[in-house]
Design a protein around this ligand. Structure first.
Ligand code: 5GP
Ligand code: ZN
Length: 112
């Protein structure tokens, strides 16, 4: 989708600080980090949010979690939080599926 910010980032039309890339997903540092380490992992195909995941496109979500496990190990992150906001009330501001990976500080529960 040409009007989607994260589709434009995966296409290289908007610069980003890459953490990892493969055929299915792209990981990059968040422009407004909420923890000492804060990156996003997104599918290259446009999926609006978790609420649009179905049996057909679900494999990429499993792949993304395998990538998160691999990247966090490589980065030496032993404790971290994975977050996906769904809908405006939950704080979603970019409507292309993404998983925040946050690490490096104490975190509270429940999240605000
Ligand atoms: P959401 O609010 O949808 O859960 O998360 C969207 C995230 O994308 C936010 O944490 C925001 O800081 C990040 N973001 C928004 N625009 C850009 C951008 O142009 N580049 C990068 N690297 N991150 C962005
Ligand atoms: Zn998109």
């Amino acid at each position: 989708m040409s009007d989607c910010l994260f589709c434009r980032i995966t296409a290289g039309e908007i610069p980003s600080k890459k953490v990892y890339e493969d055929d299915l997903c792209y990981a990059f540092y968040d422009i407004d980090p909420q923890a000492p380490t804060h990156f996003l992992v997104i599918p290259k195909d446009h999926i609006p949010s978790v609420s649009a995941v179905n049996e057909e496109n679900a494999p990429v979500v499993g792949h993304i979690f395998a990538v998160i496990a691999k990247l966090t190990k490589e980065l030496g992150l032993e404790s971290y939080r994975v977050v996906s906001n769904i809908g405006q009330q939950a704080g979603q501001s970019v409507f292309h599926l993404h998983f925040h990976v946050l690490s490096g500080r104490d975190m509270t529960w429940p999240p605000g």
